[in-house]
Write a protein that binds this ligand. Structure first.
Ligand code: IMP
Ligand code: MG
Length: 179
């Protein structure tokens, strides 16, 4: 697994520090609100697990799965619900937790879809942001790191369902996905 990594972009320590910071900001901003954190599976599950423990106010969580990349490295933009939420959104301050904002198409469409369910508010927390690649009109409310336009894996992020269990975030060697 490690031999497929060109370079470590973000170490475990760096990620941990940033997640604590984001958790503190969310705790401040959502004090007295009705926070529901929704993780978009599967890429954000590690981030979600760490972020929810960095949030120090009462919060609920739920998970949702939408179609995205398969084994390709470009987004189709089509959002198909694979696993829907268990909780109805009415009255909740929804925080969508994502691993990475790339073209932004997935989250743009997901936000549109979920806003029809009448949550009190919707915001977006993403660990990584590739602003250069943005095509949809979407800006994250909480963002960990801006990353260059390279395919990254680890800390939940995959290529063809692999590398999610790497504890850090690294750039994948291009020859791995051009094979
Ligand atoms: P978007 O619709 O292009 O913003 O797609 C976002 C989704 O694409 C993320 O939730 C990831 O699953 C996936 N993705 C985009 N860039 C990368 C990357 O560099 N590594 C791994 N997954 C990525
Ligand atoms: Mg994802």
């Amino acid at each position: 697994m490690e031999q497929d990594i060109l370079k470590v972009l973000l170490t475990e320590e760096k990620i941990h520090e940033k997640v604590e910071e984001l958790g503190a900001a969310i705790s401040r901003d959502y004090a007295g609100k009705n926070l529901l954190m929704v993780s978009v599976l599967k890429g954000s599950v590690i981030f979600m697990a760490d972020l929810m423990r960095a949030v120090k106010i009462p919060a609920r969580i739920d998970f949702m799965s939408v179609s995205s990349y398969g084994s390709e490295t470009k987004s189709s933009g089509v959002v198909k619900i694979i696993k829907d939420l268990d909780i109805s959104l009415e009255g909740y301050d929804l925080l969508l937790v994502e691993d990475i904002l790339d073209s932004g198409k997935t989250l743009y469409n997901l936000r549109k879809l979920l806003s029809q369910r009448n949550p009190k508010s919707i915001r977006i927390a993403t660990l990584l942001d590739k602003p250069e690649r943005r095509e949809a009109d979407i800006v994250p409310d909480y963002s960990g790191f801006q990353v260059p336009d390279e395919f990254v894996v680890g800390y939940g992020l995959d290529y063809a369902e692999m590398y999610r269990n790497l504890p850090y975030i690294g750039i994948l060697k291009p020859e791995v996905y051009s094979k």
